[in-house]
Structure formats: structure tokens, C-alpha cells
Design a protein around this ligand. Structure first.
Ligand SMILES: *[C@@H]1O[C@H](CO)[C@@H](O)[C@H](O)[C@H]1NC(C)=O
Ligand SMILES: *[C@@H]1O[C@H](CO)[C@@H](O)[C@H](O)[C@H]1NC(C)=O
Ligand SMILES: *[C@@H]1O[C@H](CO)[C@@H](O)[C@H](O)[C@H]1NC(C)=O
Ligand SMILES: *[C@@H]1O[C@H](CO)[C@@H](O)[C@H](O)[C@H]1NC(C)=O
Length: 328
């Protein structure tokens, strides 16, 4: 009965999960966080991710960039990696010095100064990629690198123009930056995608459990469906009553687990006493069409009905919709 409908419903959801998966092209993002509490102290830390997996970390205290994954060097040779690391060491040193110079030069900037950067590239296919480079000052986006030069963000303070003029005037830095973003980054990411393939394509099944508590609304209960331990990220979770999707289901943000899997919860507010027959339905690529369903505690139909449902679940498990895995 409703499981069959749940299955039909799942076909829709599956299309959605799949289209999400196709967009999931593993952007490579490097984040830099630089703090300048005063004119004599500074600290710069770096992190890099491929998709939602962390690949590198670079602490201010260290001269070398740490590999978080065994495949973090991608397909670069030791020599290529050494060369790249030297470029970043020089960059980190010059960056610190330049910011301190800028603060001296610009009368309306005062310590403490906090600078964040996000740079990297998104590789779509063998020859197609897009790179990006954004800079934030005191938590506000102020400038980006676009093609061949730095550009001011629409709401950035006017002194940003002076900074951009200085940066764009430095031919050597501009050429190095273009080379890193448009040439090295896509090459490096191709290597990472190849070396890390097994881990990037891992499929971890969700655990599903239910809990309930009092709702802030008087006489109402809050039913919570917890979904944890799944990978990759796209998941579909819905409270159902019979075949009916409960569209007042509230889904939380995705929260990371420590083991590089995800957690999410779906909450439904119901009138106390009306919770019978509600179930939580979960669809995820790792389940290969076998939805996980958790029933509420008080199924009114009793054991016989449950037996019928179990039978239907088994039948439905046979109705696979063919999923052709779209490998990149
Ligand atoms: C600068 O900031 C650092 C770190 O917060 C602090 O230890 C140091 O004493 C400060 N120096 C001055 C001159 O204020
Ligand atoms: C960060 O590294 C620089 C260069 O090695 C050093 O001078 C500075 O004191 C470090 N900052 C902190 C907060 O440790
Ligand atoms: C990518 O570019 C190379 C060299 O420019 C070319 O030989 C190759 O066919 C291109 N591949 C695709 C999928 O377009
Ligand atoms: C929820 O579902 C009901 C009945 O199916 C529909 O009338 C209502 O517009 C839906 N609400 C939302 C927010 O989609």
C-alpha cells in the first residue's frame, strides 16, 4: 500500500538525488585565514578541500604543507610538489609583509586586521575548469580575481581601489597567480581526482533513528528523525503519513560527523495523539533504491499490518529502478 506509493515517490526523489550528484564536481578550495592582532604579530593558517573532504592543512607554525589524505599530492612528482611549496612559502612571507605595509599606508585601517581568502578551481571535464579567488577583510568580501586582474567587490570600501591598483600593477605576481589558478590548479585537481577516486566515490549508508519531545506549541509533539553516517551528501528525508508526504517536515542543515560522513534531522510538529501511522522515509544513493523507513512507536494497525508492510517492502525491494552510475 503506502510503501508502493513511497516507492513511486522515491523515483522522483531519486531523480533529484541524481541531478545533485551530477553537479557534484568536487571543487578544490583553499582557504587562508590571516590574523594581525597588532603591528608586531601575525599568523596565517591554510586549509584545502576537495568537495567536502579535507586534503591539506598548513599551520602558521609549520614551514611545510601537511597532507591530510594519503592521496593529497595527487599525481604531482615530489619535485613538482617541492616547487609549489616553495612558491607558497615565499607567498606567505610576502603576504604578511605587504599587509603590514598596507596598514601603515592606509590611514583608515587599524589593527586588529583579519583577512580571509578562498581560492581554487572547479574542474568539469578534461579541458573545462573554472577558477576563483576571493578576499575578505574583517569578514566582508572586498575583492576578487577575475581572469587577468583584481576587481573591487560592489560594497567594498573605497580604499580597496588603491589596494587593487597596487596589486594589478605587479606584473610578476599577476602572471604567477594566473598560472597557479588556470594551469596548475586544474592539473593538480585532475591528479587528486584520480589518486583519491576510491575515497571520493565512497558510499556510506545512513543510520536512521527516531525520537520525540515536547513542541513549543501547546499540546503538540515534535517528532525527530535522525539520519547519520551517510556519504555522499545528498539525502532525502521526509515524514510520511501513509502515502502522504508531510510537507511541514522541517529539515535541518547538514552537519559534519568527525568521520567525514554527514548528519541531518527532519522534524515534524504533530498534535499529541495524532502521531500514529507516521513514518520517516529516507532515500540515499548508498541504499540503491532500498529506502530506509522508520515507523513511529504507535502503529495502530498492529502486528498483522506490520507483517503486510514487511511483505510489501520485500516486494518493493525487487522493483529496482535502474540506476546507471554516471562516472565522470
Ligand atoms: C601583539 O599581539 C600579540 C598576540 O595577541 C601579543 O602577544 C603581543 O603582546 C602584542 N604586542 C603588542 C606590542 O601589543
Ligand atoms: C606565525 O609565523 C611567523 C613566521 O614564522 C612568526 O613570525 C609568527 O610569530 C607566527 N605567529 C604566531 C601567532 O605564532
Ligand atoms: C583536451 O585538450 C587536448 C589538447 O588541447 C585535446 O587533445 C583533447 O582532445 C581535449 N579533450 C577533450 C575531451 O576535449
Ligand atoms: C502541503 O500539502 C497540502 C496538501 O497536499 C497543500 O495544500 C499545501 O499547499 C502544501 N503546502 C506546502 C507549503 O507545500
Amino acid at each position: 500500500m503506502w510503501n508502493v506509493l513511497c516507492l513511486l515517490f522515491w523515483v522522483f526523489a531519486w531523480v533529484w538525488v541524481q541531478s545533485e550528484a551530477q553537479q557534484n564536481n568536487f571543487p578544490f578550495r583553499c582557504l587562508q585565514i590571516s590574523s594581525f592582532p597588532n603591528s608586531s604579530s601575525s599568523s596565517t593558517d591554510g586549509l584545502a578541500w576537495l568537495g567536502d573532504l579535507q586534503t591539506h592543512r598548513w599551520s602558521n607554525a609549520s614551514d611545510t604543507i601537511d597532507f591530510v589524505k594519503p592521496w593529497s599530492q595527487g599525481k604531482f612528482s615530489d619535485q613538482q610538489w617541492e616547487q609549489l611549496q616553495r612558491i607558497f612559502q615565499v607567498y606567505r612571507f610576502s603576504f604578511t609583509r605587504d599587509i603590514q605595509e598596507f596598514v601603515k599606508m592606509l590611514p583608515n585601517i587599524h589593527y586588529p586586521v583579519e583577512i580571509q581568502m578562498s581560492a581554487g578551481c572547479d574542474v568539469y571535464s578534461e579541458n573545462a575548469s573554472k577558477s576563483f579567488f576571493y578576499v575578505a577583510f574583517q569578514g566582508e568580501y572586498i575583492l576578487s580575481f577575475q581572469g587577468t586582474s583584481f576587481q573591487k567587490a560592489p560594497d567594498a570600501p573605497s580604499w580597496t581601489e588603491l589596494v587593487i591598483k597596487v596589486l594589478n600593477g605587479d606584473q610578476g605576481t599577476m602572471e604567477t597567480l594566473q598560472w597557479l589558478l588556470n594551469d596548475i590548479c586544474p592539473k593538480f585537481v585532475h591528479g587528486l581526482l584520480e589518486a583519491g577516486k576510491a575515497e571520493l566515490e565512497k558510499q556510506e549508508k545512513p543510520e536512521v533513528w527516531l525520537s520525540s519531545g515536547l513542541s513549543p506549541k501547546h499540546g503538540h509533539l515534535q517528532l525527530v528523525c535522525h539520519v547519520s553516517g551517510f556519504y555522499p551528501k545528498p539525502v532525502w528525508v521526509m515524514w510520511m503519513h501513509g502515502e502522504q508526504e508531510q510537507n511541514s517536515t522541517q529539515t535541518s542543515d547538514y552537519l559534519p560527523n568527525a568521520d567525514e560522513t554527514w548528519y541531518l534531522q527532519a522534524t515534524l510538529d504533530v498534535e499529541a495523539g495524532k502521531e500514529a501511522g507516521l513514518a520517516c522515509c529516507v532515500k540515499h544513493s548508498s541504499l540503491r533504491g532500498q529506502n530506509k523507513i522508520r515507523y513511529g512507536k504507535h502503529s495502530p494497525m498492529g502486528i498483522i499490518f506490520m507483517a503486510v508492510l514487511v511483505g510489501l517492502v520485500l516486494i518493493c525491494a525487487g522493483c529496482y529502478v535502474i540506476y546507471t552510475k554516471k562516472h565522470r
